[in-house]
Every structure is written in C-alpha cells, then in structure tokens.
Design a protein around this ligand. Structure first.
Ligand code: AMP
Length: 237
C-alpha cells in the first residue's frame, strides 16, 4: 500500500471500529493511518486519560494512581468519559476505538450504548473488531523502544523506526518523550493486566462473529493493508 492510497480519505459511513491488542501491538500507529483514510477520529482512551491527568481534572486525579502502576482505570470512570466523547459530531461517520474496551464489562456497556436510540439513529452499523496479534518478546522490544512526539503525537521506536535525528520528531522537530508507563516495571504490570482483563475480549467478540485477526508483526504497511481489508470486507450484520 503506497502512502497516497493510505492517506486518501474514503467517503462512506464506516461506523464503529474497535482495535484490540496488547499494549505495544501497534493500535495507535495503525489507528492514525486508518483515521486519514476514512476521515474518522481515533479515540484513544489512553490519550484522553493522559490529557485529563496533565490538565489536573477530577477524572485525571482519580485515574493517575492506576495508570502510574500499570493497572486499568475502573470501568465506570472510563465508560463515562467515552460516552461523552462519542457524542461529538466528528464521530457521525464512524470512529476508531483504540484501547477501549479493555474489559468484558466495558464491552457489554459499549454494546448497550451502541444499541441505544442516539447511536442507532446516527448509524446502525455494528462494530467491526480488529485484533492485532504480536508475540510477548516483540511487545517488550516495542514498548521499551517507544518514543512519542508531544506536539503531533507521532510514534517512533528507537530500535525499529528511529527518527532521522536522534530524539527529535521528523515532522516538527519537537524533543521526543518516553511515556512514564513505558518503564520496564510498569510495562510488566500492563501486560499482566492485558492478559487477565483484556484477553477474554477476543472470545467475547469471536462469539459475536465480529473478530478480524491481523498479524501485527509484519511490516507496518502490510499491517495497514490487512487492517483496511478487515474493515472494508467486514460483514456488518
Ligand atoms: P494506553 O495508552 O492505551 O496504553 O493506556 C495507558 C493507561 O491508561 C493504561 O495502562 C490504563 O491505566 C489506562 N487505560 C487506557 N484505556 C483504558 C481502558 N479502556 N480501561 C481502563 N484503563 C484504561
């Protein structure tokens, strides 16, 4: 898939797209490309929570302690935040949920929300769920090498996708940062939380017939092409 294809917005109703996968599976990177192609927003609950923490909101204060330890923030807090964001007008043609749902409770809540009047009137397409599969060792290398541009959000990896100039964003030159929860100790906790609380979602969506699997270890552009296919060929009944 060339860059031009990847950045050409497709003008149709896409509906809800859910990205599943462990921390470091590439959900954020892929979501940004999908967002450009379909002109729909990426809704990353991790980014929304980090924004609340940095603004010192009540939600941010409550979420911070969990995030610092690599634990999941309680469902109620995250679901309330998502409910508000999904009502924004930019979500009308569809949206990509990146990092949500992360528990069966969140998935059940989301199913209920999408079946409600507001969302049925807006777009009755059921969600397509894309799971990015990546091995444990690869996840560790990706998370420890991850650097992010604080200005434009672009994600780099010092091992696999380094910036042209060390520590500086290729796009705007900002100094790249390491996320606080990308320390080895917190990474281990986050991966444990994933196995305990998020992995059961794969069966949850498989039983609903919604799950599409993508090999997240292939070259990024191949992963993107597979993700586009999964979304465009999904049987949305
Ligand atoms: P992420 O950027 O998706 O890796 O998320 C960073 C942290 O935010 C996680 O380790 C959790 O503490 C919290 N978080 C993000 N999304 C959720 C969610 N759907 N449910 C609970 N906690 C979340």
């Amino acid at each position: 898939m060339d860059q031009k294809t990847a950045t050409t917005a497709v003008k149709t109703k896409i509906g809800p797209v859910i990205f599943l996968g462990a921390p470091g599976a590439g959900k954020g990177t892929q979501a940004k490309l999908i967002m450009q192609r379909y002109g729909i927003p990426q809704i990353s609950t991790g980014d929304l929570l980090r924004d609340n923490v940095s603004r010192g909101t009540e939600l941010g204060k409550q979420a911070k302690a969990f995030m610092d330890k690599g634990e999941l923030v309680p469902d109620q807090l995250v679901c309330d935040m998502v409910a508000v964001r999904l009502r924004d007008a930019d979500c009308d043609p569809g949206f990509i949920l990146d990092g949500f749902p992360r528990t069966v409770g969140q998935a059940e809540w989301l199913d209920g929300l999408l079946k409600g009047d507001f969302f049925q009137k807006r777009c009755s397409l059921p969600p397509v769920v894309v799971n990015f599969r990546v091995s444990y060792n690869q996840l560790l290398r990706r998370l420890t090498g991850r650097r992010t541009c604080p200005a434009c959000g672009r994600i780099y990896n010092v091992h696999f996708q380094p910036p042209r100039v060390a520590d500086a964003c290729d796009v705007d030159g900002s100094k790249l940062v390491t996320r606080k929860d990308d320390s080895e100790e917190v990474i281990a906790e986050r991966l444990k939380a994933y196995e305990r609380q998020t992995l059961p979602l794969i069966d949850y969506y498989r039983r609903q017939g919604r799950l599409r699997e993508v090999d997240g270890e292939r070259a990024p552009e191949q992963v993107t092409a597979e993700a586009f296919q999964a979304i465009e060929n999904a049987d949305r009944v």
